[in-house]
Each structure stands twice: as C-alpha cells, then as structure tokens.
Design a binder for this molecule. Structure first.
Ligand SMILES: [Zn+2]
Ligand SMILES: [Zn+2]
Length: 261
C-alpha cells in the first residue's frame, strides 16, 4: 500500500495524571528539564494535505495552541479512558473556522463513552455552539483519512480492547500490556514504532520499560519511541542513557518524519 510522506508530532507523552503530577514532590515532578514535563499522550499525524490527531486529551487545547495547528481533518480514538477523550469539546474551534463537522473515528466501545460523556453533542435539541461531529465506526478493516491510510491494530489494556494504528511505515500503540500474535504481524515491518512504557515496575494494564524493550526486539523494529510515561519511570535524561541505541524516550513536541512510499 502506498502512503504519503508523514510528519508525526508528539502532543503529549505522559500517563493519565501527566508529569509533573499535581501535588507531587518527587525528583521527576520537581525537575526543571522540559523533557520531564509531559502532557497527556496524543500524537498529530500530518501529510501534505491531511492532518489528524490520535486522541483528544485533557490537554488538547494547550497542545493545539502549542503546535499552532490551524487545520484539523479528523480525530481517531484509541479507547475511552478519560485521559484520551477528555479534550473533545475543544474541537469547537475547528468547527467554527472550518465551518463543518469534525470527522471522528472510534470503535463501538469508545462511541458508547462519547455518547455518555458528551450527551449534549448527541441530543435532539442542540444548544448553539456545541461541538459538531460526524462519527465513523472503526472495525478491524483498514480505512483512510484524506490521503493517509490507517490500519487498526487490536491490543489489550488489562481487559479493555484498545486500538493501535499503523500509518504506512509508522505504528502508534498507547495503553497496552498484551498484543496477540496475529496483531503483532500487522506491526512487523514498521520502520518506527511508538509504544507505551509506563515505569520500571510491572503494571496491571501497561507495558513496563523492560516489556516495551522486549516487544521492540521481538518485532525487530529499527527505531522505537516510548510514550505514556509516568513520573515513576525516572528522569528523562537518566533513563534515556539506559536504553538500547535504537530506542528513545519520546518527549512533548518531538517531531519525526516518516518518508512516504
Ligand atoms: Zn492512557
Ligand atoms: Zn487507558
């Protein structure tokens, strides 16, 4: 499948509470380094003519202002946890300037949460100025957003099914602690993989650092970035030194270019 040149921007790389975490005095939360300041996890994926965001975090407004995103074509959701959907209300700005509904792609489980949490978007009588969305259902079939092909990848987050996405040569997986063999096949061959690595200690619903490293090695991924990072992982600069040379900790604002094919 051919795909255009892509630019990926890390809008946020933190776990649900963000880093620093409110009221925490630990060494990471007290760090002055910009690399230790992590908004909630989300990426922007852009081709020459299409811009999409994966998840709308509680920091969505801050993230879009920081990256100066003037045009947004679609939102793609991974799963219905609040740290991934809480920013949806702020797509209103794009409704206003683009004069159209926002295309929103989600699986049935996430759609159920959207209908509950954003009941007013779906109400019969709409209050003026509320967000306007066009919901599209993600099944396990590939789809395209503008000129960007998207392959959904099913991963597991404790018991919750979560979607990862492959965009050409680039795969993004957040909030997973288990991936079945069949889905791993969809990731193989990616030049760049982003995957969650919460902390060193094991966790019930996220890969820890070693499990994430093992996945990158098992799938023989040339270049990987870790995201959805907790303050418990440690300082960015210190942990970075411990990683294999092809694996990096992502940080907010990091951009990577994925050549098209
Ligand atoms: Zn999360
Ligand atoms: Zn989650």
């Amino acid at each position: 499948m051919s795909y255009p040149d892509l630019r990926v921007t890390f809008l946020g790389t933190g776990t649900s509470g963000g880093v620093p975490m409110i009221a925490c005095n630990c060494v990471v939360c007290s760090s002055e380094s910009e690399r230790d300041k992590r908004l909630r996890s989300s990426i922007l994926v852009q081709s020459h003519n299409t811009t999409l965001v994966v998840d709308t975090t509680p920091d969505f407004r801050t993230q879009m202002l920081r990256e100066n995103v003037k045009k947004l074509d679609a939102v793609i959701f991974t799963h219905p946890h609040k740290d991934h959907i809480a920013g949806l209300d702020d797509i209103r700005a794009y409704n206003f300037f683009q004069q159209k509904s926002m295309d929103v792609y989600a699986n049935p489980l996430t759609q159920e949460a959207l209908r509950r949490d954003y009941y007013y978007i779906f109400s019969e009588k709409k209050y003026p100025g509320i967000p306007s969305i066009d919901l599209h259902t993600i099944s396990n079939e590939p789809f395209t957003v503008g000129d960007i092909p998207v392959i959904p990848i099913l991963v597991h987050h404790l018991k919750m099914p979560v979607l990862g996405f492959r965009f050409g040569n680039f795969t993004y997986i957040t909030d997973a602690n288990r991936i079945e063999q069949e889905e791993k096949e969809k990731i193989k061959g990616s030049g760049v993989l982003v995957v969650n690595a919460l902390r060193k200690k094991e966790h019930i619903s996220h890969f820890n650092l070693q499990e994430a490293i093992n996945l990158v090695e098992e799938l023989k991924i040339p270049t990987a970035y870790f995201t959805h990072i907790s303050h418990q992982l440690g300082l960015h600069d210190e942990i970075s030194k411990e990683l294999p040379s092809n694996i990096h900790l992502a940080y907010d604002g990091l951009q990577i270019n994925i050549p098209g094919k």
